[in-house]
Design a protein around this ligand. Structure first.
Ligand code: NAD
Length: 339
């Protein structure tokens, strides 16, 4: 059986990545859509042969509970709408994939996790890299200590965005924050799977060079992390600097991905030589992995706890900046958020 996915929010990520990937998935398919833009209904219905009965808008969305074609609801809306639609999907009895960042704050993450637990449905994050071979290789280096212990890890995730001052990502009510909420979660993820540890503290700084464009949301943030093993980490995330990298220095060498979190193609090298993996669509791999989790009890590679952990770190970074760069302790259980 192939599970039916309904995409909620038909913006650029759904249009150019998720829907095309769902044409190639083996364990799930594009069964329905939920859109607030009536003109998109017929375009998508025609392009993807979606029956009228599987098309919803934001108002009648809850009646999706009666639709046996839809097993999974994938929330691909602006960040401020993630919690509402993930919770409504869970209450409708559907499994949920929630895009990153999970929500606007940790309280919303808790509410999503609770709604999914109460409804007995599965919850996965849209963290596509966990299904992707370069990232899996980094995790293997860490687990098998291929280069010994990691002593220093650094991760950058940013791009230059000056084309549309009206985009929701610059509107704090819709995004919850700027570069950190958007790209910063990739850098946070990198330093965690690149060490195999959750951090025990963070200290952060914010830089603003174009306040006339980045009026409400963070432009560039750096943050330093301590880990229980003694490893130290550093991240840089920006809406005004192009960078996409992970680098780890270890006992007996180093490993690097650059780019480390773009869709395709990733690339990497180590002190032993280059990495070279065949790359399929990351979104295809990610959605198939989540379907396998539901169908065959395969591991949930990016569970809700992982999204919540990252939001706890995001909040600690914003709090550190608000307190003038104060060191903020972090206290995760050893297994919290690992997938
Ligand atoms: P987008 O702006 O292209 O699309 C947003 C969609 O939400 C549009 O269809 C828009 O009509 C709809 N929408 C509903 N209410 C809205 C409102 N009040 N304001 C603006 N749009 C509204 O955004 P996107 O790039 O598709 O991002 C959607 C989500 O997916 C975000 O949470 C983003 O972080 C996430 N995303 C994840 C990845 C990834 O690699 N995992 C990549 C891109 C985006």
């Amino acid at each position: 059986k192939k599970l039916g996915i309904a995409l909620v929010g038909l913006g650029s990520y759904s249009t150019y990545q998720l829907a095309p990937a769902l044409m190639d998935t083996e364990h799930c398919y594009l069964a329905g859509i939920v859109t607030g833009t009536p003109e998109k209904e017929q375009i998508w219905a025609k392009r993807y042969k979606i029956p009228t009965t599987n098309i919803y808008n934001y108002k009648n969305f809850d009646s999706i509970s009666d639709n046996k074609d839809i097993d999974i609801v994938y929330v691909v809306l602006p960040n401020s709408m993630h919690a509402e639609f993930s919770i409504r999907a869970a209450k409708a009895g559907k499994h949920v994939i929630c895009e990153k960042p999970m929500a606007m704050n940790v309280d919303e993450c808790d509410a999503i996790i609770k709604a999914c637990n109460d409804a007995g449905v599965k919850l996965g994050m849209g963290y596509r890299l966990h299904s992707e071979p370069y990232t899996q290789e980094v995790k293997r280096f860490v687990k098998e200590k291929t280069f010994g212990n990691v002593h220093y890890i650094t991760a950058d995730a940013g791009y230059r965005s000056r084309s549309n001052p009206n985009q929701w990502r610059l509107d704090k009510k819709l995004s919850g924050g700027g570069a950190l909420m958007n790209m910063g979660v990739y850098a946070i993820q990198s330093i965690i799977y690149g060490t195999g540890e959750n951090p025990i503290s963070v200290t952060a700084q914010e830089y603003s060079t174009a306040p006339e464009y980045f009026k409400e949301t963070d432009e560039t943030i750096t943050a330093q992390f301590e880990f229980e093993s003694g490893a130290v980490g550093n991240i840089m995330t920006s809406h005004n600097i192009r960078a996409n990298r992970l680098f780890a220095s270890c006992d007996n060498g180093w490993f690097e991905l650059d780019p480390a979190s773009t869709y395709i193609p990733l690339a990497g090298r180590t002190s032993n030589g280059p990495l070279d993996f065949l790359q399929e669509s990351q979104q295809k791999l990610q959605m198939d992995d989540f379907a396998k989790h539901i169908l065959f009890d395969a591991p949930n590679r990016a569970p809700g706890d992982m999204g919540k952990r990252d939001m706890i770190i995001v909040e600690a970074i914003y709090n550190s900046i608000a307190e003038g760069g104060k060191r903020m302790p972090l206290d995760f259980k050893p297994s919290f958020g690992f997938g």
